[in-house]
Design a protein around this ligand. Sequence first.
Ligand code: SF4
Length: 509
Amino acid sequence: MRKLRIGIIDLVAKGPTRALFARVMNANLASIMPQVIATWCEEEGHDVTFVCYTGFENLVEELPDNVDLVFIGAFTEAAQLAYALSNLFRSRGAVTVIGGPHARCYPQDAAKYFDYVLGFTDKAVVSSILQDCSQHRPVGVRIAANQQPAMLPGVRERWKFMEPTLKKAPFIKMVPMIASLGCPYTCSFCIDSTVPYQPLDFGVIKEDLRFLSKKFKRPLIGWHDPNFGVRFNEIMDAIEDAVPPDSFDFIAESSLSLLSEAHLQRLKRNGFKALLPGIESWYDLGGKSKTGKTTGLEKVRQVAGHVNMILRYMPYIQTNFVLGLDADEGAEPFELTKQFVDLAPGAFPGYSLLSAFGQAAPLNLEYQRANRVLPFPFHFLNNNQAMNVKPKNYSWPGFYEHVIDLVKYTYSWRAIFNRYRATDAMIPRWMNVVRAVSSEGFGRIKHHSDVRNRLNNDGQFRGYFEQESSELPRFYTDLARKDLGPLWDWLPKGAMQHDPNAYLKSVVV
Ligand code: SF4
């Protein structure tokens, strides 16, 4: 096999940025799989240039001129950027590959712009591409393993690609690690709900922790497990076996059902500092929050009590909610969340507008069958800038009215002050304040208000939401053009549109 010049791009940002928060945090959001693919490509004897794009790099300058093959890893919100980059590198003679969540959710669309589109990716899949490495146009080839890989290269093997990214992070340097893939829970909207749970090699994890203890005085690890701690005792045994208690800081996403008081005591002993459990809804998904059939106000009280107990052990907790689920109706779900904000004032609530990411989850078929999925460009599908599922029990303006009311309540000065007082540690205290007054809090109030006003006053805008017109409102085109900057000119013709029902069409014969 000839030796290839390979470029690997991990898209953390969806376009060039100068934002302070992005400067501080983006390099900490690097994905693991692009680093894994870089490691596998080098093991096969190829020359690899790796770039984690945080919004500040010039990708064209950072990759060699004559690159043969470019792998791009992207979430859906970075799809338009990925398509523009693929077009640019193809124009210079490269073959292009897309992997990551966007490729898994929208393979039909991605195949229009890439030579290869990856599903589950293991070493054999990567090897087959390296051997073939040829143009597949106008429609790319879709390649996937039957399941997630059983083994992934650990931190030590990925370090060469990870270290330059960590150097870009000015203060907080968070090392991405993973101890398991998939999830045993079946939350209907989640991409991991159909991926069987599988722990990774605890021996590799222990070795990685020991390796990191020599690289940093007090390493900070962000666990990328979809649901950390399903095999709680095994992962805790591994950590305790590898490094002294409380010598690392850890952050993890974990469901409330796994966060019993005994587990929290052990997490605290081992240096866990921040947890991000999903609550999602007061009327649905009770399994993962250990509330079973309890709903409504009773569930609010139960969950708030649980979250307050977590705060006795953890300096930081973010509680995630999905707004607009079909189980929700009227003002009550929003009012209940406001009560939760009061009852658990130390938690930072993260809100996501219900979004159906292509074929991420079987539930999306139902939305597509009911013709409820809107063709918002991928660039806006980040759970906040646009909601691409027509709400079942709300009009669009009515829904946005409730969202604005809730977000204003959550990020009011009163709630910000309460959150500050209910948090003990200095960094989490100020982190909550900064998040509330930045694009996540105040910024969203402004964006949602803008959308609500246009829904009420602009017939063409409202017509798009009501599926009476397929012409994207200029508001969104202008935003995307601004975000992509000079790369807008490389966006292929038609790449702002996609078929919102492609998943349904792919399963109906
Ligand atoms: S518990 Fe979390 S990771 Fe697991 S299926 Fe539900 S949302 Fe997905």
